[in-house]
Design a protein around this ligand. Sequence first.
Ligand SMILES: Cc1cc2nc3c(=O)[nH]c(=O)nc-3n(C[C@H](O)[C@H](O)[C@H](O)COP(=O)(O)OP(=O)(O)OC[C@H]3O[C@@H](n4cnc5c(N)ncnc54)[C@H](O)[C@@H]3O)c2cc1C
Length: 429
Amino acid sequence: MTWDFSTDPDFAADLAWTDRLVRERIEPLETLDLGHDQLLTVIAPLQEEVRARGLWAAHLTPELGGQGMGQVRLALLHEVLGRTLYAPLVFGNNAPDSGNAELIAVAATPEQRERWLEPLLAGTIRSGFSMTEPGAAGSDPTLLTTRAVRDGGEWVIDGHKWFTSNGSIADILIVMAVTDPDAGPHRRTSMFVVPRGTPGVDVVRDVPTMDHPDGTFGRYGNHAEIVYRGVRVPADHLIGEVGGGFALAQKRLGPGRIQHAMRWIGQANRAFDMLCERAVSRVAHGSVLAEKQSVQNWVADSYAELTQVRLLTLYAAWKMDQVGAAGARTEIAMVKYAGAKVLHDIIDRAIQVHGALGFSTDMPLEFMYRKARQARLVDGPDEVHKVTVARRVLRGYEPRAVPTEHVPTRRAAARRQFAEALDALAVSL
Ligand SMILES: Cc1cc2nc3c(=O)[nH]c(=O)nc-3n(C[C@H](O)[C@H](O)[C@H](O)COP(=O)(O)OP(=O)(O)OC[C@H]3O[C@@H](n4cnc5c(N)ncnc54)[C@H](O)[C@@H]3O)c2cc1C
């Protein structure tokens, strides 16, 4: 058996095609301040080209209109798409729609699929995922307080959510609410589809954040604060089973984390290109910056870290393809925090090498930097993923009064083990 790091030629051609489209026809859109509807109009012909190439919504299985290409290929595709915020939208796999589509796909009835999944896949509606609450720790979804109470043929939802990404432009919101407060911590919640126009849905604001400090309402990529007041939805708006919310949330996030991490690598690669280009261009104190040892360290460290985290992520993707998300939990958790750190550090070095220019909005780096900070929080903070990894790794270890590697103990054992031979040699130890 060999370890094969090559890409199939047919898929390499798709990646090359995608790379050209992203660099030449999607990245330029970043420089225009387009509103959401304007953006959708401009990218519509590009989305057609992606469909014609067979790369639309590639994260989904073939019966749902995707490619069923497996996590390794998806990871490689997302690395290319990660260069710019708009590329996932052009390829029909932008968050949170992609995760929401997967969630509906795994748990919905045929009627629900027809009603919400098909338009979501076609890109004709937008969605939000409404789990996190300002009043409860989002890193522990067993603490959610939003309630859904059954009343005849309806569920009545009351609660306060925030950071519902795209909530202010969404047509449907997937709301996670407590349906049985007395059940075990992982069986208390359920998921509901709430059409945004439903009476009682109050999108209070788009929360001003590091990536969009002005909080302009209704922009793609914003994070909405939403109050649900006595919101009534028919019983058939429940996704999956009552009490199945936690399990569905877990399913939704597994593959998404690998795709996130590969998009971060795409971003980090772009920052790395900027770092290197500036290093060979700017002269100070008698030489180009590329000849200063600090800058060489940044280049060398960044290149090694990028390669490490890329291989780690591809390995996690490969493992997921072999044994599924549950079997690859440790690897999926690792790529989350390892990827977030590398993304941050490389953008930070790229800003540093650009000096004041890097701090200015004349370069995309300051926005990339602000955006990158969220990577340590979204889909669960780094610390929670580290807890997961540490716990799973530590399961393989037993407590010992004397360390296994304790040299005097090992020496005594070795003397006993080799006593005969040592006696024959007349070695005194
Ligand atoms: C840009 C962005 C987009 C988001 N999009 C969505 C979305 O679409 N839908 C949605 O529902 N939510 C979304 N979120 C929310 C996100 O999932 C939560 O921010 C995250 O789960 C953390 O929850 P919290 O903010 O309540 O922090 P808390 O749970 O209050 O945690 C605060 C801090 O406590 C520490 N901590 C927590 N647990 C542990 C632990 N076990 N060990 C050590 N330290 C710990 C961590 O440092 C953590 O950062 C988004 C967040 C951001 C920043």
